[in-house]
Design a binder for this molecule. Structure first.
Ligand SMILES: Nc1ncnc2c1ncn2[C@@H]1O[C@H](COP(=O)(O)OP(=O)(O)OP(=O)(O)O)[C@@H](O)[C@H]1O
Length: 233
């Protein structure tokens, strides 16, 4: 389980995380949703141990983010962090050396499925190709927790839905937990068990997606818009 207790983070005078508390149960697909600047990436980075909170605590299966929890987490924030002269095959080899849970068979399967080429050069890859590479690199690890920051951004809308569904059906292991940070609610709605809705670093809503939709008889986007407007009154 990932547990977040009163997490707070500021960048200068800007509050990125404002006293956030929630937990994520194993085996769930959770949407971390919010407008630009809501604090989604900051939250994922803190979970991945890439930045320290000013206050509060995060535990992953009872441990604070550290080397051993990093091995249970697959997080790929930004492909631009890779060297531009690298090919996809170079990165795959690097990941294989770095992570004992790298699943070569799954990586090969994903290569075919996503129509990616091993010799794709990062610096000339299109935005959509880079998004697919990110998905391949995260989903090829047998990590217990997968943290995806805007995973479908850049993939054209025709392929997006099909890829999202197939990935969840065919490539996600039952016991894996996935956190998807996005501002595009409609695109991930069908995949999600739980939703965490952030605004200005605050948690405005948390709940089971089906329960929320049944209770309100509205789409998830409509529910979130209402919560958002109400919070800003
Ligand atoms: N390294 C940083 N230095 C200064 N401010 C930062 C830094 N990282 C994030 N912020 C600020 O903290 C706030 C939260 O940023 P964050 O990237 O977590 O939001 P987000 O919800 O992921 O947004 P987006 O959907 O646009 O990616 C924003 O106001 C952002 O400008």
């Amino acid at each position: 389980m990932i547990k977040v207790e009163q997490a707070a983070k500021m960048f200068g005078s800007k509050i990125a995380l404002d006293d956030l508390s929630f937990s994520v149960e194993a085996g769930q697909i959770v949407g971390l949703v919010g407008a630009n600047g809501a604090g989604k990436s900051t939250m994922l980075k803190a979970m991945a141990g890439l930045l320290h909170l000013d206050r509060g605590k995060i535990t992953i299966d009872g441990k604070s983010p550290c080397r051993s929890t990093r091995e249970r987490l697959a997080f790929l924030p930004d492909l631009d962090a890779w060297y531009p002269w690298m090919k996809l095959s170079d990165i795959m080899r690097y990941m294989q050396d770095l992570y004992p849970d790298w699943d070569g068979k799954k990586a090969d399967h994903l290569l075919d499925y996503l129509h990616l080429k091993r010799d794709s050069l990062i610096k000339v890859a299109s935005k959509g190709t880079r998004a697919k590479i990110k998905l391949l690199l995260v989903l090829s690890r047998q990590a217990k927790y997968l943290l995806l920051d805007e995973p479908f951004s850049g993939i054209d809308p025709f392929a997006r839905e099909q890829i999202a569904h197939a990935i969840m059906e065919d490539f996600l292991e039952e016991e894996q937990t996935i956190l998807i940070a996005t501002h595009e609610v409609s695109e991930v709605e069908a995949l999600l068990d739980e939703i965490l809705f952030l605004d200005d670093g605050k948690l405005l809503l948390k709940g089971n997606v089906e329960t929320l939709k049944l209770a309100e008889s509205k789409s998830l986007l409509e529910i979130l818009k209402e919560v958002y407007h109400h919070a800003r009154l």
